[in-house]
Design a protein around this ligand. Structure first.
Ligand code: FMN
Length: 147
C-alpha cells in the first residue's frame, strides 16, 4: 500500500513531530506543503493531510495543496495539533468536493505560544508528548489494518 502525508508545521514543529514519528516506523512518503505545492498523488492508496490549526483552519498551504493535487475518489485521513480545539471543516470540504472518503482523524494538543499565550509561557507545553506520539503511531497502524 502506498501512503503519503502532506503536512505543514510552521509554529513549533508540533505536527511535524507526529508525522516524523509515523514516518520513522512506516514506509511512507512525506511532503512539506509549505515548500512543495504540486505533486502527482494518483498512485497513492492512502493520503494524509496534517497541520497545526491556525485561525480555525489547517494551514493554508495544506488546503491549497489539497485543492490543486488531491485526485477524486481517494481514501484520506486527517491529523492536526491544536492549541484550543481541532477543526477539520476546511479540509473536509475539499475532500468532499473531490468525492474522497475520510477514513480516519487524529488530533492532539500542541505547544502554543500565539498572541497572549506567549505572555504566560505558552499553553500545552510539552505537547505532543510521548503518549501523543504513541497514540498517533497506533492510529496509523489501525488505518493500515483497515486497508
Ligand atoms: C497564528 C496562529 C494561530 C493559531 N490559531 C489557532 C486556532 O484557531 N485554534 C487552535 O486550536 N489553535 C491555534 N493555534 C495553535 C496551533 O494550532 C498549535 O500550536 C499547533 O500545535 C501548531 O502546530 P505546528 O507547530 O505544527 O505549526 C494557532 C497558532 C498560531 C501560531
Amino acid at each position: 500500500m502506498k501512503t503519503v502525508i502532506i503536512y505543514a508545521s510552521v509554529h513549533h514543529n508540533n505536527t511535524k513531530e507526529l508525522v516524523c514519528a509515523i514516518a520513522a516506523e512506516n514506509d511512507i512518503d512525506v511532503v512539506d506543503a509549505a515548500k512543495i505545492t504540486e505533486k502527482d498523488l494518483s498512485g497513492y492508496d492512502l493520503i494524509g493531510f496534517a497541520s497545526g490549526i491556525y485561525f480555525g483552519k489547517m494551514h493554508q498551504s495544506v488546503i491549497n495543496f489539497a485543492e490543486v493535487n488531491l485526485p477524486e475518489n481517494k481514501d484520506v485521513f486527517l491529523m492536526c495539533t491544536y492549541g484550543g480545539k481541532p477543526v477539520f471543516d476546511s479540509i473536509k470540504k475539499i475532500v468532499k468536493e473531490k468525492q474522497g472518503r475520510i477514513v480516519g482523524e487524529f488530533s492532539c494538543k500542541g505547544f502554543d505560544t500565539f498572541g497572549p499565550f506567549k505572555l504566560i509561557g505558552g499553553i500545552s507545553k510539552g505537547h505532543p508528548d510521548k503518549n501523543d506520539l504513541d497514540n498517533a503511531k497506533a492510529f496509523f497502524k489501525e488505518l493500515e489494518k483497515g486497508k
